[in-house]
Design a protein around this ligand. Sequence first.
Ligand code: RB5
Length: 165
Amino acid sequence: MIAIGSDHAGFRLKELIIRHLEERALPCRDFGAFDGRGADYVPIGAAVAEAVAAGACERGILICGTGIGMSIAANKRAGIRAALCGDTYSAELSRRHNDANVLALGARVVGEGLAMRIVDAWLDAPFDGGRHLERVKLISRLEESVLGGLGGGAAADCQRPQKCS
Ligand code: RB5
């Protein structure tokens, strides 16, 4: 199940993406906005993030004018790795390297055709795991430390440069 949400600026693109997901036989749950009237992106982004973080939906797609507000809001939720993508390469790599579980799009930035390609690239790319899994685990540890669960030590750990490959 894919959670999807937008503000007023992303409403039209959201409707098109829902149709696209339906054509791909991918079920989705619509968190609004339900029309083009003014809607703040924060609560809708937070609701989609919650659905994904809690496991009710496997992944989420969020759309606002630039995608920036939605990505900022979604990334406040622990367990969310929201990637704002304006090209298919970033969308693919956000899955393969970052295991991004939310895709953010800017309806005023990308055209509708490109948006669908970005969605497809993001949906179809697997997470590569391996060394990337270790880095995603570091993000989780950083989240825990920021939330107070592990104190400051883990944060320092996560911020120390790691041996890269
Ligand atoms: C709405 O005007 C706009 O600010 C919003 O859609 C989004 O782009 C914010 O980041």
